[in-house]
Design a protein around this ligand. Structure first.
Ligand code: PLP
Length: 379
């Protein structure tokens, strides 16, 4: 469709769809005079815990804070090692660095791009304290396998669910098998606010209590403090999120429907389309294809008015800014991580994308695929 533009996010469309309820929620907070640690946060924490079927939710300032505050609350710090993958957003490793621990990277599975759980055991040393599986792009990691190894070696498990609220496994919910799950509410997330925000969910009330103190200067009574931090989810964000969470299941269903259209439409192209583990519910925060000439595809889509991004084009261990030394080591080879970083491309996918836009993306990808030099230009 000549001249059609397809953006990467539907946030502004979504705001316009729910504008009266969102505006009213924000104005109520403004009129209440309570902006931090008030009734809106308490309500959203209950809403989120109910949605995720977890006992406790603790709102914090960001997904990054959620991760490192849990490490801190579990007493994981200098001298300890934490196992993760390098194919994730930088913040997963950053949280380990903030805690003062050592990140230990293992490779990913070729198909799902999530942690290859068969590699965990050989990465364990007598310093290992925890594993952080990331449910990348919205697809659950193999939690039964992760927690099986963790139990055997007495390790903590902290789930990075920043991209995956609303996903679930075949016989497990996110969060229920581990110490805690951490999530993020940045605007582009399936459940996003209008700034930074995050939360920890846990079925361990003692951990939730420690986190509530840690996020608020170590205080659980006004005027009494122990050492902590300032990391609270503001009332305005909490109020907006309580409005939005009511739509979350229908948004995820729409994402899954659009993903189904892409999968059907792109079958037969040279692209690797996302594989899902049978029985797992992928929440499709991102629809990530792999292309031999990723940059060529991205540029072609751009020239046709379609915005696509690579998540994450440079693996964490290849980032120039990553501090090595005590901060990280690699277990085995990260060959699959490196190859996927060079190939991944996220196509536009959000609940508000239209049929016309989805079809335009599919047609454009197919047109690019037909003109690839190695296939020859069709007559
Ligand atoms: C996998 C993953 N982990 C952690 C984070 C960090 O969340 P935040 O940006 O809210 O700090 C993100 C954010 O995009 C993420 O995608």
């Amino acid at each position: 469709m000549e001249g059609m533009k397809v953006g990467f996010h539907g946030q502004v469309r979504q705001y316009h769809q729910f504008k009266p309820a969102i505006d009213a929620a924000i104005h109520k907070v403004l009129e209440s005079g309570v902006y931090v640690l008030g009734p809106k946060l308490e309500k959203f924490e209950r809403d989120l815990a109910t949605y995720c079927r977890m006992q406790e939710a603790v709102g914090v300032n960001s997904g990054t804070d959620a991760l490192w505050l849990v490490l801190k609350a579990l007493d994981i710090g200098p001298g300890d090692e934490v196992i993760l993958t390098a194919n994730t957003y930088f913040a997963t490793a950053e949280a380990i660095w903030i805690a003062g621990s050592t990140a230990v990277f293992v490779d990913i599975e070729q198909d799902t791009l999530n942690m290859d759980t068969r590699l965990i055991e050989r990465a364990i040393t007598n310093r290992t304290k925890a594993i952080i599986p990331v449910h990348l792009y919205g697809q659950p990691a193999r939690m039964r396998e992760v927690t099986g190894v963790a139990k055997k070696h007495n390790l903590h498990v902290v789930e990075d669910c920043a991209q995956a609220v609303g996903a679930r496994g075949n016989d497990f919910l996110l969060g229920e098998l581990s110490d805690a799950m951490c999530t993020s509410f940045t605007p582009q997330k399936t459940l996003g606010c209008y700034g930074d925000g995050g939360a920890v969910l846990t079925n361990h009330p003692d951990l939730a209590e420690r986190l509530r103190k840690l996020r608020n200067h170590g205080s659980d009574h006004r005027g009494f403090y122990s050492m902590g931090y300032n990391s609270r989810l503001d009332e305005i964000h909490a109020a907006v999120l309580s409005v939005k969470i009511k739509q979350l299941d229908s948004w995820i269903e729409q994402r899954r429907r659009r993903a189904g259209q892409y999968i059907a439409g792109l079958a037969g192209t040279s692209l690797k389309i996302p594989s899902t583990v049978p029985g797992f519910r992928h929440a499709y925060q991102f629809f990530v294809v792999e292309a031999e000439d990723r940059d060529g595809l991205q540029a072609y889509l751009g020239s046709m008015g379609i915005t696509a991004f690579a998540h994450h084009p440079v693996a964490i261990h290849q980032q120039a800014g990553f501090p090595w030394g005590q901060s990280a080591r690699i277990s085995g080879s990260l060959e699959r991580t490196e190859s996927s970083a060079a190939r991944v491309l996220s196509l536009p996918l959000y609940p508000e994308i239209t049929d016309e836009e989805t079809n335009h993306v599919i047609r454009t990808v197919i047109a690019w695929d037909h003109t690839r030099p190695e296939l020859g230009t069709p007559g």
